[in-house]
Design a protein around this ligand. Structure first.
Ligand SMILES: *Cc1c(COP(=O)(O)O)cnc(C)c1O
Length: 444
């Protein structure tokens, strides 16, 4: 290392050494000349502790992954137990109990008929898998021309090239546009786009008719329609009426186009039901899960699909197989973390308990929703968002800094401030979150 001053406090040392050795994700590294990194040394429940001993309420669940708090004793114990047995074994030619148990349990709780689990390590890879499987299915059915994808305007599906191709968030997409495969984005059902006086439901129905028009014309060359069900996260928590999902299911079935539900962000209770698809009572052809799947503990993702899709690949010919793999596919430690996470859902009746927490937060946040700088205050299950009136192009960074001063981790998406707290948040912590956010808005 270069001139690190070892007599500095640990926190300054970590900040400086990190900037020299670590290229941080989704970050203009130069901005850390102005805004210091926050060196975290431990966590407990909704709290993160930095090297200087300060604590911060993790209001965004560490990029939406953490469901049951940091250093959750139950999940930690499960991983420790698994460590004593087998940490990892390749999943081609081998299997292990955690991956079998997890697949069986996912099959039981997922929308009906999704019985085959294909694993990877992150969300973007799950999306790649669903896209490849869908295309390959149609190829095996003698329809190779079905090789295009359609997604929603403003959708986010990850940042590897295939996933980015079906993503419609300009700041991630624009630079790499020459590397991406063309993809059509049909109008979003996000109710913020509704005409004045048009209900979210009426607008969602209108958006669905745009999908219908597109597929009526293009279904013979379309493999799948991919969408983020109910909440379009990365674009800024756009929310929409579940009628859109029902319509999308009907339309995709009518035109023989796969429906891929990317529940990487919204799965596992975020929208108030275990899966967002439950609110429309639909089963997609592919369900992508990650983020909360392992409680946010370890990288794990899964694509669940139907018997119909699985059977199309089942053949004597190797070329008919789905020849796709990741080194850590079905990692045993991650599967154990996921099993422990599902245990907590069951034992603690989490979906029911979250309804009470959600209602409490809405009650406490009512004055915030009326704040003169706040518009479009919205909530879906355990997600809240609102837009802040500001001309400051640096708003997101400044809000993050001001949040830290209030012991809060807020990381706005542009001018959209959102809360996506771990489900273990209690009433006192909710009060802190709302009061702190109010203070941030007043001071900015
Ligand atoms: C986060 C996210 C992804 C990508 O997951 P990674 O693990 O970050 O690759 C894909 N789709 C949605 C909806 C997401 O929120």
């Amino acid at each position: 290392m270069s001139n690190i001053n070892r007599s500095l406090p640990l926190s300054s040392q970590l900040q400086q050494r990190s900037l020299e050795a670590v290229w941080h994700p989704c970050t203009q590294m130069k901005q850390h000349e102005t805004y210091p990194l926050v060196p975290i040394v431990s966590g407990q429940g909704v709290w993160l502790y930095d090297a200087a001993g300060k604590c911060y309420l993790d209001a965004i669940s560490s990029w939406w992954v953490n469901l049951f708090g940091h250093a959750n004793p139950y999940i930690s114990a499960a991983i420790r137990d698994q460590l004593e047995q087998i940490e990892h074994v390749m999943l081609a030619g081998f299997t292990h109990e955690p991956v079998v148990l997890l697949s069986e349990r996912l099959k039981k709780i997922a929308p009906g008929g999704l019985g085959h689990c294909f694993y990877a390590s992150d969300g973007a890879s799950a999306v790649e898998i669903a896209l490849k499987m869908s295309f390959h299915y149609w190829l095996l059915c003698g329809q190779p021309q079905k090789n295009n994808f359609v997604s929603l305007q403003n959708d986010y599906h990850g940042e590897t090239l295939g996933a980015l191709s079906v993503t419609d968030v300009a700041i991630f997409r624009e630079t790499y546009a020459p590397l991406l495969r063309p993809c059509t984005h049909v109008p979003t059902p996000d109710w913020r786009y509704a005409e004045i006086g048009e209900s979210p439901e009426a607008y969602a129905i209108r958006a669905a008719s745009a999908l219908e028009r597109y597929l009526a014309e293009n279904h013979t060359r379309t493999a799948a329609f991919i969408l983020e069900p109910l909440v379009q996260g990365a674009t800024g928590m756009g929310m929409y009426h579940p009628i859109y999902l029902q319509r999308a299911r009907e339309i995709c079935t009518r035109y023989q186009v796969h429906l891929i539900a990317d529940e990487i962000a919204v799965g596992f209770g975020r929208t108030g039901t275990l899966f967002a698809c439950n609110q429309a009572d639909i089963t997609p052809d592919f369900l992508c899960l990650s983020k909360g799947l392992s409680g946010g503990y370890l990288p794990l993702s899964v694509v669940m699909t139907s018997d119909t899709v699985f059977q199309a690949f089942y053949d004597d010919k190797t070329a008919h197989a789905f020849l796709h793999s990741h080194s850590h596919t079905g990692n045993a430690l991650a599967c154990r973390a996921a099993l422990a996470t599902l245990d907590i859902f069951e034992h603690d009746h989490v979906i029911e308990a979250n309804k009470i927490k959600s209602a409490y937060l809405n009650k406490i946040a009512a004055p915030l929703a009326d704040h003169p700088k706040v518009s479009n205050f919205r909530n879906c299950g355990m997600i809240w968002a609102f837009e802040v009136e500001t001309d400051d192009r640096d708003f997101a960074a400044k809000c993050f800094q001001a949040g830290l001063k209030q012991q809060l981790v807020l990381r706005p998406l542009g001018k959209t401030v959102y809360f996506m707290p771990p489900y273990v948040i209690n009433e006192q912590e909710i009060n802190l979150l709302i009061n702190g956010t109010r203070h941030v808005l007043d001071t900015l």
